[in-house]
Write a protein that binds this ligand. Structure first.
Ligand SMILES: O=C(O)C1=C[C@@H](OP(=O)(O)O)[C@@H](O)[C@H](O)C1
Ligand SMILES: C=C(OP(=O)(O)O)C(=O)O
Length: 417
């Protein structure tokens, strides 16, 4: 799918979709709980649909309603049959579910699409090898448990999703386990989201210091009704758009959210909270240095902020952007260069010398089949002085199917071609 994005002046307010990360966690925890839970304020997407389908494959009963799910949980430890499930392109779904699938001694087959099977899985490969469990990764994955209580020593600089996956499964083992993170410990904010959701569903994890977790075994998830808060990763697109050509009002956001991507508001100056409404307004934008170690998903949209900021912006500790739905450093560099943006990169940094306006005829942007590349480049195009075409625009359905409608509703000129 291609879209034509034209210069626009946006205004008004937007209801930010609910957090994909928190929805994954709530749906999985509810699917593991004895009894029936309601998870409300869900923004459905391909990633969330993948988690729903996988938890149903594991035995949960999930009734999808317009913006909520009624979920009756299952005991994944008692799985007596092999199972097969499709994680689509969702790294969260795949990595959160592998340890849960390995609580049984029956084979689990997990398939993926896009780059999913090329994204790092060696943290799990090492664990399964150490415990002499079957772990096969080709164009799909095949795993077999039973996972054992242990002291799990894992690198913290590949993906926090491995830590979340273990934290979801280990409490269900008969004995206690520990997790020791080998520093640097990156994307830690996502593990904090996991701990918060586990506590909500009655699971206790003891964090003894910054890199150590004690996980009591023999625990049970308890049914709970939860409402998913707004998604700061998605709010970031409107935060940057508002900083360039605001004012814009963002609704459905929590000022005290644990989401790591909330730091996007620290990168801009003109923001005002009015209860749960966040008003972002334009202000002179200056280059800055931003550490992406704990907020990798902000990488693409912060490149757009940098492009429209006077002076030089350095995005550092960005190496894990290369391991997402696309190599997001290479993708942003390639696409911004088409607009004559002064951008350069190293293995783990992006440097951009920004300016106020961009005008160039015939710009054709490639979306790299990556939702965050498509959404970031749409924001760039809305603020530019000439139109552009973006392909792979359907990639937004991975996390935010209504993105273009929401952009149009605030005056963004986006035409589906
Ligand atoms: O746990 C999560 O919900 C996520 C963790 C992050 O991955 P990493 O921990 O690999 O950075 C992030 O990129 C992803 O979009 C969602
Ligand atoms: C990388 C992302 O998600 P996941 O890791 O779940 O595929 C994302 O939403 O940008």
């Amino acid at each position: 799918m291609k879209v034509k994005v034209s210069p626009s002046q946006v205004a008004g307010s937007v209801a930010i979709p609910s957090s994909k990360s928190l929805a994954h966690r709530a749906i999985i925890c509810a699917s593991l709980a004895q009894g029936t839970s309601t998870v409300s304020n869900i923004t459905y997407s391909k990633d969330i649909d993948a988690t729903i389908a996988c938890m149903e494959a594991l035995g949960a009963k999930i009734k999808k309603q317009e913006t909520s799910c009624i979920i009756t949980g299952t005991n994944v430890k008692n799985r007596t049959e092999p199972v097969s499930m499709d994680c689509n392109e969702s790294g969260s779904t795949l990595r959160f579910l592998i340890p849960l699938c390995a609580l049984s001694n029956q084979k689990a087959t997990l398939i993926g699409h896009g780059r999913l099977m090329q994204r790092p899985m060696d943290v799990y490969a090492k664990i399964f090898k150490e415990q002499q469990l079957s772990f096969k990764q080709t164009d799909h994955m095949e795993v077999c448990g039973p996972l054992q209580p242990s002291v799990y020593k894992i690198r913290g600089d590949i993906s926090s999703q491995f830590i979340t996956g273990l934290l979801l499964a280990l409490p269900l083992l008969a004995q206690d386990s520990q997790i020791e993170i080998i520093p640097p410990y990156e994307s830690k904010s996502y593990v904090d989201l996991t701990l918060q959701m586990l506590k909500t569903f009655g699971i206790i994890i003891h964090q003894t210091d910054a890199t150590h977790y004690q996980i009591p075994g023999h625990q049970s998830y308890l049914a709970k009704d939860v409402r998913v808060e707004g998604d700061w990763s998605q709010a970031a697109f409107y935060t940057v758009l508002g900083a360039i050509q605001g004012p814009l009002t963002l609704n459905n956001m929590k000022a005290d959210s644990l989401q790591g991507d909330k730091v996007v508001i620290d990168a801009i100056h003109n923001k005002t909270w009015q209860q749960d409404h966040l008003i972002i307004d334009r202000a002179p934008l200056a280059g800055q240095t931003i550490d992406l170690a704990n907020c990798p998903d902000l990488g693409p949209i912060l490149c757009i902020l940098a492009a429209y900021s006077q002076g030089t912006t350095h995005l550092i500790h960005a190496q894990r952007l290369r391991m997402k739905e696309s190599d997001r450093i290479a993708a942003m560099e390639e696409e911004l260069r088409k607009w004559n943006v002064d951008v350069s990169s190293t293995y783990d940094t992006i440097t951009i010398v920004g300016k106020e306006t961009y005008r160039k005829d015939g710009v054709e942007i490639h979306g790299h089949n990556d939702h965050r590349i498509v959404m970031a480049m749409t924001i760039f195009g809305l603020c530019a002085q000439s139109p552009c075409i973006i392909d792979d625009a359907q990639a937004i359905t991975k996390s935010y199917p209504n993105f273009f409608q929401d952009i149009q509703a605030i005056g963004g000129k986006v035409e589906i071609l």
